[in-house]
Design a protein around this ligand. Structure first.
Ligand SMILES: C[S@@+](CC[C@H](N)C(=O)[O-])C[C@H]1O[C@@H](n2cnc3c(N)ncnc32)[C@H](O)[C@@H]1O
Length: 276
């Protein structure tokens, strides 16, 4: 056993030399001690076992994402369990959650297509308990993670295994999704950390990157309640392509919502009036 402040200083230096953010060391230490990072800063005198930290740090240096090593991440102020069965929730997806919370009519019906960890659906339902939220994923492995998150966060979201709308009935005021949207060629160029560790089905739908969005828009016409909307996250630089696909498929583009870098990230669509 060695003093925490000694171990922390040495392993932070080691991490930095290998291109790893030294803060990862603090977070892993906090998890091992079962306390907050603030506690780690304030209690350098406690004794810890270096072997446990070194095992976790070796995985990080080998390229495993910190969130999978810790088994959790934060999204929209809540802690979600994550592992390699689900995409790690990204901060820009919080824009989608915000857009839904602001636009959902009181007591409305919402479906989240491709729920992964459940981060979108559960966040929406926790913030707006008046809503009836259904979430689906084609991956039963992902649904197992979403179920655990639903339980831990005491959410009432309904979860189902489904290829898009295939196994669900009814119509919805809001159809929301962060679908896989990375074109196959770009997927092959992604950082190893993403490509090797995160599920391929969560990232790329095929060569164009718009395959799932196109199918979703085709099927959504029959699933939208009158005056309903489709709210979808889109990839970097995909806004013009999505605008033209949506127009071809008889949707009005109400707006694109930008992320913090000003990049159009979320599109809000409504069906053409004659479709309603
Ligand atoms: C980009 S991830 C989003 C996960 C989560 N909603 C989030 O924002 O972190 C896309 C999800 O869609 C699921 N998916 C892919 N194709 C699908 C399909 N045809 N029907 C339903 N879900 C699908 C994947 O398994 C994956 O969980």
């Amino acid at each position: 056993m060695i003093r925490l402040d000694d171990l922390r200083a040495r392993r932070r230096e080691h991490a930095l030399q290998r291109g790893i953010n030294p803060r990862d060391v603090d977070l892993l230490l906090a998890d091992l001690v079962g306390k907050s990072v603030a506690y780690i800063y304030a209690h350098g005198e406690i004794l810890v076992d270096p072997a446990a930290l070194d095992a976790l740090l070796a995985r990080r240096i080998a390229g495993e994402p910190l969130q999978y090593i810790r088994g959790k991440t934060e999204f929209y102020t809540r802690e979600f369990l994550v592992d390699n069965r689900v995409l790690i929730p990204r901060p820009e997806t919080e824009i989608l959650v915000e857009a839904v919370i602001e636009r959902a009519p009181a007591g409305g019906h919402v479906i989240d297509i491709g729920t992964g960890s459940g981060c979108i659906a559960i966040s929406i339902e926790c913030e707006r308990p008046d809503l009836h939220v259904v979430s689906v994923d084609r991956s039963v492995e992902a649904l197992a993670v979403a179920m655990k998150n639903r339980e831990r966060l005491q959410s009432n979201v309904a979860l189902a295994a489904s290829d898009l709308f295939g196994s669900v009935s009814g119509t919805f005021d809001l159809i929301v999704s962060n679908p896989p949207y990375v074109p196959l060629a770009e997927y092959r160029e992604l950082a190893v950390e993403v490509r090797i560790h995160e599920p391929r089905m969560a990232l790329t739908p095929g060569p164009s990157g718009t395959e799932i969005i196109e199918r979703l828009l085709d099927e959504a016409h029959a699933r939208l309640a009158p005056h309903g909307r489709v709210i979808v996250e889109v990839g970097y630089g995909q806004d013009e392509t999505i605008r033209s696909i949506a127009t071809d498929k008889r949707y009005d583009v109400e707006e694109f919502l930008p992320d913090l870098a000003g990049i159009p990230r979320v599109v809000v669509l409504s069906a053409h009036a004659e479709q309603r």
